[in-house]
Ligand binder design. Sequence first.
Ligand code: PEP
Length: 248
Amino acid sequence: MARRKYVVGNWKMNGLSDAVTEAQAIFAAADEHPAVDVAICPPFTLIGAMAAALPEAAIGGQDCHAAASGAYTGSVAAAMLVDAGATLVIVGHSERREGCGEGDAEVKAKAEAALAAGLNVILCVGEPRAVRESGGAIDYVLAQVRESLPVEFDPARLAIAYEPIWAIGTGLVPTVDDVAAMHGAIRAALAERIGAGAEVMRLLYGGSVNGENAAELLGAGDVDGALVGGASLTAAKFIPIVAAGAGL
Ligand code: PEP
């Protein structure tokens, strides 16, 4: 089935209030590629301003807490993201799995909370370098998918981002064959779990995507888009990736 391409920028901990202007430039240029769904996930502090400046744009959070409210200093609940104007959220990014010790059960709880609050979800999975080198990447990632997926979900509202940890921010990328093999394995595991809904789910690749490699990576089997870090911060770098998605 034809799935719309989805290109999402993860701004990580980058951007002050003047970055809203860059987001406006990104979405204005992305409008030239209506075949591609584009979203930006800025730091929490920019969501409100960005959503106000760009009411039609898909703006997301980079994380949310699984609880609705409470004594969780520094955390943000899914409903707070909605309140600020977000329509989606990333959960399970490797920088949180590794840096903040988040495991699959917590990622699953976050995804469930986000969906319940009305957010679409991008659920990240990916193997460390040693696992890739040992030949165990597919088993490792499929276990993450199995353990992190919500019990029930609308497949149109949840995308999976395969992001090999060793490819994030390093300039290293897996071969197109390895990306296609991983995405094919994820799709097959989803089909086993949810049946025909697996054909609706979008599977994004993430890890050092840029304007030069985007066409090849987004053209790989079962790749429906990209989650982009460093190259999403400016229109000059991000739009070529969107354009590559539109050309496929
Ligand atoms: C990411 O952080 O999700 C990511 C893919 O980063 P980069 O594109 O910089 O590798």
